[in-house]
Design a binder for this molecule. Structure first.
Ligand SMILES: *[C@@H]1O[C@H](CO)[C@@H](O)[C@H](O)[C@H]1NC(C)=O
Ligand SMILES: *[C@@H]1O[C@H](CO)[C@@H](O)[C@H](O)[C@H]1NC(C)=O
Ligand SMILES: *[C@@H]1O[C@H](CO)[C@@H](O)[C@H](O)[C@H]1NC(C)=O
Ligand SMILES: *[C@@H]1O[C@H](CO)[C@@H](O)[C@H](O)[C@H]1NC(C)=O
Ligand SMILES: *[C@@H]1O[C@H](CO)[C@@H](O)[C@H](O)[C@H]1NC(C)=O
Ligand SMILES: *[C@@H]1O[C@H](CO)[C@@H](O)[C@H](O)[C@H]1NC(C)=O
Ligand SMILES: *[C@@H]1O[C@H](CO)[C@@H](O)[C@H](O)[C@H]1NC(C)=O
Length: 419
């Protein structure tokens, strides 16, 4: 399998780490565990769902910049590979992706390992007794935790039939799920929803399930607890002591999104709402795009009541298409420099670091072509000290004010050709 494609990290949340033991959050490579699968055209999706569609727009020499440009369009189901499901997916009038308060994307990890039980029963569902047994070994589930259920199922990821436990062409046949994979029992989900303050519940199988009924997500989503599916590397995360960042693509009215999941031990992060600043725009059909590029589009695939077996559930899902370079996004070095890192090659610890903000908004008022100068960086350092190691530098231009006006934001009213 060639891993020449990319993952998307379209959410940049900042959590203040200095209120949590004075740490500057600049983890080393061995302190961050990536719990996400690489996204590529063979990424497994639920039976009948639209797969990941990656269209290469350009990969070759270019007259601008450093002389090279790589650019792609992507399409697919909202739930693919490693994804975060918003409460609105299985519960009406609950949070969409863009409505989940961002501090809830961080929290202490509670990892519950049921992989031995799954070895003997591939339809095993996490029981309440598994959670009680975790508590008797490790103490109470901490406040605002994120539960990760290790089933060992990610080893089947490369084989769609094995991963979903079916080779059926659709998810439901005669109102019954065709899938067979480990999940979470209704009893355990209800207990987590009622008797803990968890922000989210994740698993390394394709769904929270149970795969015979898909009822467990409803209990969690009704309480605005998000779920995460398709995690990987959970065996590398200890039962407790790590924290998680679960950063989904910020899609307006999204019921699920690609997510980047990073577990780390450097900082014990459990931020309050006021500790967290969301630096992303929510993506919608009106999101401004580069000259000549397709818009982002969210397509409704299903929204309404859904009967599975004897259960009356609510369900909403979407698909999307758009350029990679849409809304708030991260450009991998390969975008402009031949043979450098694509998204999935950026070491995950490099996605976390101290934030530095340098303001050029004053001069940008009168100069739409304003650029940062070395002198301005030195001036920043005279005032604030050296730019810390492994920092991530943000330029504040004030230009966000124009984001809803194509002509002002891009400084042109040419919609067709970049040249
Ligand atoms: C992928 O997207 C392109 C561009 O939208 C479209 O032409 C093509 O049919 C799509 N392919 C699949 C397999 O969906
Ligand atoms: C799995 O089944 C084997 C054989 O029946 C048994 O020896 C083992 O104890 C079982 N393991 C678990 C975790 O239930
Ligand atoms: C994929 O999994 C199915 C079901 O377990 C199995 O029958 C099949 O042989 C596997 N395919 C490959 C290529 O391993
Ligand atoms: C929550 O805890 C209370 C008190 O222990 C218990 O009565 C209740 O049944 C629990 N809820 C669930 C869904 O297990
Ligand atoms: C999101 O939902 C709101 C309210 O229903 C609607 O006005 C808006 O157009 C929707 N946006 C997208 C991108 O679907
Ligand atoms: C977004 O665009 C898609 C495709 O054109 C369309 O089906 C959908 O209704 C649009 N959503 C809104 C809220 O306009
Ligand atoms: C958008 O920006 C252009 C260029 O600055 C300006 O001429 C135009 O009036 C703006 N449109 C709106 C609706 O504000």
């Amino acid at each position: 399998m060639h891993h020449h494609l990319f993952l998307m990290l379209a959410t940049a949340c900042l959590a203040r780490a200095d209120d949590h033991g004075g740490v500057t959050w600049s983890p080393k490579a061995n302190e961050v565990i990536d719990l996400t699968h690489h996204l590529h055209p063979d990424t497994p999706v639920f039976p009948g769902a639209q797969g990941f569609n990656y269209t290469r727009i350009r990969r070759g020499p270019w007259v601008y910049g450093a002389g090279w440009l790589e650019d792609n369009d992507i399409c697919g189901s909202d739930l693919m590979g490693t994804s975060l499901l918003a409460p609105a997916r299985w519960a009406q009038n609950r949070w969409y992706i863009n409505e989940i308060p961002p501090h809830r994307f961080f929290g202490p990890v509670v990892k519950v390992d049921v992989s031995m039980k799954v070895e003997n029963n591939s339809n095993y569902n996490l029981m309440l007794s598994d959670l009680k047994s975790w508590e008797s070994q490790h103490g109470r589930i901490p406040d605002n935790a994120i539960i990760l259920v290790q089933t060992g199922w990610s080893k089947h990821y490369g084989n769609k039939t094995a991963y979903f436990g079916t080779d059926a062409a659709s998810f439901l046949i005669n109102g019954e799920p065709t899938t067979n994979h480990p999940g979470i029992s209704d009893e355990a989900a209800m207990w987590l929803a009622e008797n803990t303050t968890v922000y989210g519940v994740g698993i390394d199988s394709p769904g929270i399930g149970p795969s015979s009924s898909y009822t467990a997500s409803t209990s969690l989503h009704k309480r605005n607890i998000y779920t995460i599916v398709g995690a990987v590397n959970l065996h590398k995360v200890p039962a407790k002591g790590y924290s998680l960042a679960a950063l989904p693509m910020n899609v307006e009215n999204g019921t699920a999104s690609l997510v980047r999941l990073l577990a780390f031990r450097t900082a014990k992060l459990s931020p309050k709402p006021e500790d967290t600043v969301d630096l992303t725009y929510a993506l919608n059909n009106d999101t401004v795009m580069w000259v000549g590029r397709e818009p982002f589009q969210l397509f409704s695939v299903y929204k309404g009541p859904l009967i599975i077996g004897n259960n009356n559930l609510w369900f909403e899902k979407n698909a999307f298409c758009g350029p990679e370079h849409m809304g708030t996004h991260l450009d991998a070095p390969a975008h402009f420099i031949k043979d450098s890192w694509r998204i999935h090659q950026i070491p995950p610890h490099g996605l976390i670091g101290p934030a530095v903000r340098i303001d050029i908004d004053q001069k940008a008022v009168n100069d739409p072509d304003a650029v940062l100068t070395v002198e301005e960086i030195k001036a920043w350092e005279r005032e604030n000290g050296r730019i810390p190691e492994n920092a991530i530098v943000f330029l504040y231009t004030g230009w966000g004010e124009y984001v809803n006006n194509y002509t002002a934001y891009l400084g042109t009213d040419n919609h067709e050709n970049f040249h």
